[in-house]
Design a protein around this ligand. Structure first.
Ligand SMILES: *Cc1c(COP(=O)(O)O)cnc(C)c1O
Length: 248
């Protein structure tokens, strides 16, 4: 972590400690999870982080990065210029900005409306590519949170799976903010169960579950995550944020 004694170390050395620790904990958590042999992809959430820090993490072998804001994400992709990197779009996406995403981001985690699906499909179609997407579910039914109502999920999956230029690969969740990371666990389990029942209802395969952040990625992997989105624990506190969760 980038605080306290660690400030004595240089940035790459600290990033290496963080990366090794997170990777190790993911491997440990996998062993007690439903499908221990699956691959879990670590997405380093780089929103609001300085370019040098992102480059340094990439040089340590981190490939997947997650961005929340369209403009900021596109600027980073352009200026970092490491072609092997894979960029994920994980933030709230307005359908009028969807046109900037296909061709730039390998996976959209936050698709949550038909309007947005149609806008992504339209752009992907014009580029003649297939855009991989996850559906964000509002599992806790929080009024202020984005995400699809769980009751609409099967119908939505059916509808989107008919769009030729979108490839629905699974579900994503942002659980309510809690102090105790164990409190996220029931939401992770719920997302997995929702995935299983939606696959049964629709016959459409949804292999990926994007869940877990710095605070609760261990619990998420134990409950079946295939993608975890870890920001501050890898890259340090975001500049200008009083607490780690300020960017949510
Ligand atoms: C910011 C953010 C994260 C990472 O948060 P940390 O607490 O820094 O790990 C993960 N997912 C989403 C959608 C985010 O906005």
């Amino acid at each position: 972590m980038l605080n306290g004694d660690a400030e004595m170390l240089d940035i790459p050395a600290m990033l290496k400690i963080n990366l090794d620790r997170v990777r190790e904990k993911i491997q440990l958590a996998l062993q007690t999870s439903p499908d221990p042999r699956r691959v879990v992809t670590l997405v380093a959430v780089s929103k609001k982080q300085p370019l040098e820090r992102i480059r340094a993490l990439a040089e340590l072998g981190q490939v997947h990065f997650g961005e929340n804001y369209v403009q900021e994400g596109l600027e980073k992709i352009k200026s970092i210029e490491i072609t092997e990197l894979k960029w994920h779009f994980i933030g709230k996406l307005q359908s009028n900005k969807a046109k900037y995403i296909p061709g730039q981001f390998c996976l959209v985690h936050s698709m949550d409306s038909l309007k947005l699906a149609r806008a992504l499909q339209k752009k992907a179609s014009s580029l003649n590519i297939v855009q991989p997407v996850l559906i964000q579910v509002n599992a806790a039914g929080e009024a202020q949170k984005s995400g699809l109502d769980p009751g609409d999920l099967a119908g939505f999956v059916r509808e989107v799976s008919g769009m030729e230029h979108l490839d629905v690969q699974g579900l994503m969740l942002m659980p309510p903010m809690v102090e105790d990371s164990e409190k996220s666990r029931p939401y992770f389990a719920q997302l997995r169960e929702m995935r299983d029942s939606t696959e049964k209802k629709t016959g459409i395969s949804l292999p990926h579950l994007s869940m877990g952040m710095s605070q609760d990625y261990v619990q998420a992997v134990e409950e079946g995550a295939t993608l975890v989105r870890v920001g501050s624990l890898l890259l340090g506190p975001r500049p200008g944020c009083a607490v780690n969760f300020a960017g949510r």
